[in-house]
Design a protein around this ligand. Sequence first.
Ligand SMILES: NC(=O)c1ccc[n+]([C@@H]2O[C@H](COP(=O)([O-])OP(=O)(O)OC[C@H]3O[C@@H](n4cnc5c(N)ncnc54)[C@H](O)[C@@H]3O)[C@@H](O)[C@H]2O)c1
Length: 393
Amino acid sequence: MRLFCGFVLFTLILAIIISYEYLADAVENKTLLARNHSDLALLNVKIEKLSAQVNKLQGITSKPYPTVRNLGYSDRKRILVTGGAGFVGSHLVDRLMSEGHEVTVVDNFFTGSKRNIEHWIGHENFELIRHDIVNRLYVEVDQIYHLASPASPPHYMFNPVKTIKTNSIGTINLLGLARRVGARILVASTSEVYGDPEVHPQSEDYWGHVNPIGPRSCYDEGKRVAEALCYAYAKQEKVEVRVARIFNTYGPRMHINDGRVVSNFIQQALQNHSITIYGTGKQTRSFQYVSDLVDGLVLLMNSNYSSPINLGNPEEYSIEQLALVIKESVGGISPIVKQTGVQDDPQRRKPDIKRAKLYLGWSPKVPLSHGLKKTVGYFEKELKKEYAKELNL
Ligand SMILES: NC(=O)c1ccc[n+]([C@@H]2O[C@H](COP(=O)([O-])OP(=O)(O)OC[C@H]3O[C@@H](n4cnc5c(N)ncnc54)[C@H](O)[C@@H]3O)[C@@H](O)[C@H]2O)c1
């Protein structure tokens, strides 16, 4: 009996131990399972986040590029555009890319912006190099459009020494590159080489009336030396040069702080601020839309004409008239006010474009009203973006 009781007790203890072990295992498994569940949930959240990022990246990379022509190897050129991230440069890049050429943009982003050319980034025909042209550059190209230089008075007066260096040393570097690789080079000069002109309209054989020590001289004389360098390299080193004397140009992608009359008036009118005229308002200018300029630049580059050529719209407007046209085009209630004039402001500006007509078959096509409509639309969007930035939206 004693033996039997001992056996029962032993079996009972064994059973308790086994069920305890079993119970402990079950509890542990349950905890593990719960931990696994929460790990899994965390993993799922991470996967979802990652796939959202992948989709976003795919959305960016698979964004279609603007259409480009399929040019044969012999027609396709390797083209360098200095200042290609700027206002004029980026429109020129669009044209050259859409024609099917291989385009390299060189820019230091002083006034230019990656946004102007972002639609080409990653395209097999396109390359972007951040570089200051005051330093030498080594690339293999067939044509060079040399546009790198600040262009509006507030920008070129910001650092006058740098403006002179860009137009003198920078132009020497580009002409040297053209000589080394046998490329043709087009230099973007300006109507400012005529200064405050005594001849009207300005034809290319007029030598100009420039104050060599005034506030605008860093730009005016910088461009005059760039032209002199072109013809020195052409004569001495047989470099093929083209020189475009560009008159006031406007259009989308102008810098928001450009400070020139068209962008100033449009922004003032859009914000219902006073439209400010410096001086009497009787001074005249002519305004060409950017697509007309791009047509002229490409025609000039591919022509046989090597003397300077004016590219501008000969329709002349007084600044007062322009203020009224812009006020009407924008609408709104801005008053037009006059302030003291600025030093060395040219009183009359109008290109004589007989040469361009004769040698390039070029004349501007876009009427002011049409060009202004597009430019107003562009500034409207830019101002909205600025406003949203300010409000941190
Ligand atoms: N827009 C006009 O009305 C006008 C009139 C006459 C001449 N131009 C000439 O046309 C060219 C383009 O003018 P824009 O209106 O497009 O001006 P912009 O300021 O929009 O473009 C100039 C570009 O050159 C770049 N740049 C400046 N200095 C540089 C440097 N040292 N190295 C590399 N890049 C540099 C800027 O970052 C910018 O992208 C300029 O040479 C200008 O003098 C323009």
